[in-house]
Design a protein around this ligand. Structure first.
Ligand code: SAH
Length: 358
């Protein structure tokens, strides 16, 4: 059986031709799938005999919403989805002045081993298919009943470790006959898998690239991010410069401010000289505390000071609001807590469950 939601429009058209039907049926079916239809019977402009053929050869991916948590501000919603094999993944919806944005997961768990991140604690379970990435978007769009205009691939997982499915996902959601999201409104975040950064520059030059930097030198980065041993900072920045030369696009550097670890004035100055004259933007995000370690986020004053120092080096920096920290919106926290099913979590669940399953 073919997972039909995993096909790009071109692949779907070839599939339809193989079934002995006309190519244009591909676009019709593609459009239905992007509307969040889960049965071939609902595709009203598709003839009966083609529906029958489709039922015999293909299925439509569906994920189940296990729980939804709304932040107290109401601007953020966190979704816990169950996959066909019962794995749980999480996605976040954020309302911004410029539109509706979702943050989606690319893997179940993660193998990268960053010391501050909850997603990686149980290791990697498996990659998500393109269909499962699309499903997160479709389910949230249906729940909020408004168009989603922005997507960030910054949930659990390392997207560049699931590269082929990622590219497929990006192509499918960009397609005009479907969700038609602008590449410019999509951001992919990586911990720094160098070869894929260069591939991405060639293959997806319009998608925004974010790099999780989190440190101004190798010794701090080594202590926080295992990936730095394989792809150290100097090589990473060289790849970033190559990316900028190839695409002429600004890179976003993510920098989680961790109290006493990477948030001193010296750290800011070191980062400033490292990134000076680069076409980039720095997002400073006070670390979201997780219960599994002793690391704490920096306070507002420290974050402001850090930003000011970067600005002396003429580097654009923003302190990002900690959206939804009351609903455990940092990567992987909800999934872990939910899996453990503590008493207070169950209660919280019951109080806040707002969405019915499809
Ligand atoms: N693997 C990719 C994308 C997923 S993580 C990457 O590393 O970029 C998305 C972002 O959240 C990364 O910048 C990651 O370092 C950051 N992050 C993870 N846990 C966090 C926490 N507890 N507080 C703040 N940021 C966190």
């Amino acid at each position: 059986m073919i997972n039909i939601k995993d096909l790009t429009l071109t692949e779907l058209e070839s599939f339809i031709i193989e079934l002995g039907e006309k190519k244009f049926r591909g676009a019709q079916i593609f459009s239905w799938l992007s509307k969040g239809i889960y049965s071939f019977d609902e595709m009203t402009n598709i003839p009966k005999n083609l529906k029958a053929k489709l039922k015999d050869t293909a299925y439509i991916e569906n994920i189940i919403c296990e729980a939804v948590f709304s932040s107290s501000e109401g601007e953020t919603k966190k979704y816990l989805f169950k996959l066909y094999d019962h794995h749980l993944i999480e996605s976040v919806y954020m309302r911004y002045h410029y539109g509706n944005s979702v943050c989606i997961s690319s893997q179940v768990g993660c193998s990268m081993g960053c010391s501050f991140c909850a997603s990686t604690i149980g290791g990697l379970k498996r990659n998500l298919s393109a269909a499962e990435m699309i499903e997160q978007l479709l389910k949230i769009q249906k729940d909020i009943n408004e168009r989603i205009s922005h997507v960030v691939i910054m949930g659990s997982g390392e997207p560049f470790e699931n590269y082929d499915a990622l590219l497929k996902f990006l192509r499918i959601i960009h397609t005009e006959e479907g969700l038609h999201l602008s590449y410019r409104n999509i951001t992919v975040s990586t911990c720094g898998i160098i070869p894929k950064i260069i591939d991405f520059a060639h293959q997806m030059p319009q998608v925004t690239l974010a790099i999780s930097l989190h440190a101004p030198n190798n010794s701090i980065r080594d202590s926080l991010m295992a990936v730095n041993k394989k792809y150290p900072l100097d090589k990473l920045l060289k790849a970033c410069k190559e990316y900028i030369d190839l695409t002429n696009r600004r890179i976003t550097f993510e920098y989680s401010l961790i109290q006493g670890v990477n948030d001193s004035e010296e750290n800011a100055a070191e980062l400033g000289s490292l990134l000076k004259n680069m076409l980039c933007h720095v997002n400073l995000i006070p670390l979201n505390k997780i219960e599994e370690n002793e690391l704490n986020g920096s306070d507002r004053i420290k974050a402001e000071r850090f930003k000011q120092i970067l600005e002396k080096y003429r580097i654009n920096a923003t302190i990002r609001r900690e959206l939804g920290s009351d609903i455990e919106a940092a990567c992987g926290q909800l999934r872990r807590r939910y899996s453990k099913k503590t008493g207070d979590m169950k209660q919280k669940l019951n109080e806040q469950l707002t969405m019915k399953n499809e």
